[in-house]
Write a protein that binds this ligand. Structure first.
Ligand SMILES: Nc1nc2c(c(=O)[nH]1)N[C@H]1C(S)=C(S)[C@@H](COP(=O)(O)OP(=O)(O)OC[C@H]3O[C@@H](n4cnc5c(N)ncnc54)[C@H](O)[C@@H]3O)O[C@H]1N2
Ligand code: MOO
Length: 417
C-alpha cells in the first residue's frame, strides 16, 4: 500500500460504487416500511376524503332552510336523528328537518351544509344539544357546503401519492395509509454485518487490562448503518488471527447472508493487520486514499458475493470513512443517489493545520454565530474518539491546503445527530 501513491477519494468511491448493486424489491406492510426506499409508485386506491363528511360537531341541514337564520329570527328545525363517525346511517332529511352529526360522520345524502352546534340557540344559552325528537334553533345562516369536507378534495382514486424512489418517512406512510394503501413495495434493506478486529479490544463497559481498550467502532457503525437504512444482521469482535477472521466470514455467509460486511482495523501495514492478512488475494483491494483521517482503505467482493469494506481502526477514521464511503454504498444499494451526507458551507472561527496531499475531514461544531470550530480537543487526530460526541459535521479541507485560517469558508459534511 505504501509503495503506490494514494488514490483520490473520488476514485476509491467510484470503484466501491461500481461493485455495489441495487437490492431487489420486497412487499412489506406500512408498519415495516419506515426508512425504506419506495420501489414503485403509490397511487390512491380510495379518495381522500373517502366520502362527504362533516368538519364540525353540529347539525346536518338543508341549506335552503337556514339561509335567513339570525339571533333575532332563529330557524327552528326538527331533529330527526343522529350520525356519529363510523355510522353507516343515511337518514332521509326533509325540509324543516336536521340531523345531529359529529365530526367525520358521513353527511346524509339529503343534506348540503352543516351548522356547528355553537350556531344554535340552546348551545349558546346553556351548552345544550337538542335531543333527537326535539327541535333546534339555528341562529346563524349557513352557506352552501358549509363545514362539509368533500370526497376526493385531497386525492382521487389513481392519484399519485408517493413516487418511486422516495424514502418512507412518517408523513409519507400516513399519506399512503389515508389513501387506502396497506402495503408497499420497497427496496430490501441492505443486510449488514459489522466486524471489529483487534486483540486489544474488550466489550464496552468491561474493565480493560493493560494494553486493552473498549471496542467502540462496532457500536458507532451498527448505529450509523441502522440510521442509514441498513439492517444490522451481525455485530462481532474478532482477534488478530487471520484464520479466525476467515472462519467468522464463512459463518456469516452461511448464517446471516449479509449484502455488506464492514470490517474495522487491520488494514494498514502493521505486523498483525488481520484484515489485510486474511483477505489479500481473495478479491479485496487494499490501498491508500488521499484523505486524513481514513488513509488505509479496503474493498472487494467476498467469495460469498457479499461486498466487503475494510475501514481503518482509528475511531475518527471510522466515522469519516462511514460518511465518505459506506453511506454512499448503502444509498446505492437502496436505489438512492449515492450523494452521502447533506452538506453546507461555513466560516472557520479558529485555524488549524492540514496535511498537504491529503484531503482533510476535520470534526467540527457550530458556534452560536454559525462559525465552525474543531470538535475533537482541538485536533485532527484519528484517535480522539471522545471528541466525536461534539462533532456536528466534518469540514473538508482541500488536499492542496496546508493550513486553514479564521475567516476561511469551507464545505461541511453534516453529521446526523
Ligand atoms: N507504519 C505505519 N503505521 C501506520 C500507518 C502507516 O501508513 N504506516 N497508518 C496509520 C493510519 S493513518 C491509520 S488510520 C492506522 C490504520 O491502521 P489499521 O486499520 O490497521 O487499524 P489498527 O492498527 O487495527 O487500529 C488503529 C487504532 O485504532 C484502534 N482501534 C481499532 N479497532 C478499534 C475498535 N473497534 N474500537 C476502538 N478502537 C479501535 C486501535 O487500538 C489502534 O489504536 O494505522 C496507522 N499506522
Ligand atoms: O488516515 Mo489515519 O486514518 O490518519 O488515522
Amino acid at each position: 500500500m505504501s509503495d503506490t501513491p494514494p488514490v483520490e477519494v473520488e476514485v476509491h468511491l467510484a470503484d466501491l460504487l461500481a461493485a455495489t448493486h441495487r437490492l431487489p424489491a420486497v412487499t412489506v406492510p406500512l408498519a415495516a416500511a419506515l426508512g425504506r426506499v419506495l420501489a414503485t409508485d403509490v397511487v390512491a386506491v380510495q379518495p381522500v376524503p373517502r366520502f362527504d363528511n362533516s368538519a364540525m360537531d353540529g347539525y346536518a341541514v338543508r341549506r335552503a332552510d337556514v339561509i335567513g337564520a339570525s339571533e333575532a329570527d332563529p330557524v327552528a328545525l326538527d331533529v330527526i336523528g343522529e350520525v356519529a363517525a363510523g355510522s353507516a346511517d343515511d337518514p332521509p332529511l326533509f325540509p324543516g328537518q336536521a340531523v345531529r352529526i359529529m365530526t367525520g360522520a358521513a353527511l346524509p345524502t339529503a343534506a348540503d351544509a352543516v351548522v356547528p352546534v355553537e350556531h344554535t340557540a340552546g348551545y349558546r344559552a346553556s351548552r345544550a344539544w337538542a335531543e333527537v325528537g326535539a327541535s333546534v334553533e339555528v341562529v346563524v345562516p349557513a352557506v352552501a357546503g358549509a363545514h362539509v369536507r368533500r370526497a376526493g378534495e385531497d386525492l382521487s382514486v389513481g392519484d399519485l401519492v408517493l413516487p418511486a424512489g422516495v424514502v418512507l418517512t412518517p408523513f409519507r406512510l400516513g399519506a399512503a395509509a389515508a389513501a387506502g394503501v396497506g402495503e408497499v413495495e420497497v427496496v430490501r434493506a441492505p443486510r449488514v454485518a459489522v466486524v471489529a478486529t483487534g486483540d486489544e479490544l474488550v466489550p464496552p463497559g468491561t474493565v480493560p487490562a493493560r494494553g486493552q481498550i473498549p471496542e467502540s467502532n462496532s457500536v458507532l457503525l451498527a448505529a450509523a448503518v441502522a440510521r442509514a437504512g441498513g439492517e444490522v444482521v451481525s455485530v462481532a469482535r474478532v482477534g488478530d488471527d487471520p484464520a479466525d477472521l476467515l472462519a467468522h466470514l464463512d459463518r456469516l455467509a452461511t448464517e446471516r447472508s449479509p449484502d455488506l460486511v464492514v470490517c474495522t482495523g487491520g488494514v494498514s501495514v502493521g505486523a498483525h493487520d488481520v484484515v489485510k492478512a486474511a483477505l489479500t488475494g481473495r478479491g479485496v483491494t487494499f490501498r491508500g486514499v488521499a484523505m486524513q483521517p481514513g488513509k488505509p482503505q479496503a474493498f472487494g467482493r467476498l467469495d460469498s458475493g457479499a461486498l466487503c469494506v475494510g475501514l481503518p481502526g482509528n475511531p475518527v477514521s471510522v466515522a469519516v470513512s462511514f460518511e465518505v464511503f459506506v453511506r454512499p454504498a448503502l444509498q446505492a444499494m437502496q436505489g438512492l443517489a449515492p450523494v452521502g451526507a447533506a452538506r453546507t458551507e461555513a466560516e472557520v472561527a479558529d485555524g488549524w493545520r492540514s496535511p498537504p496531499g491529503r484531503r482533510q475531514f476535520m470534526p467540527i461544531a457550530f458556534g452560536a454565530d454559525g462559525r465552525i470550530r474543531r470538535a475533537t480537543g482541538g485536533g485532527s487526530g484519528s484517535h480522539l474518539a471522545g471528541g466525536l460526541a461534539q462533532a456536528e459535521g466534518f469540514a473538508i479541507v482541500a488536499a492542496e491546503a496546508s493550513e486553514v485560517s479564521p475567516g476561511d469558508r469551507l464545505p461541511v459534511m453534516l453529521v446526523e445527530s
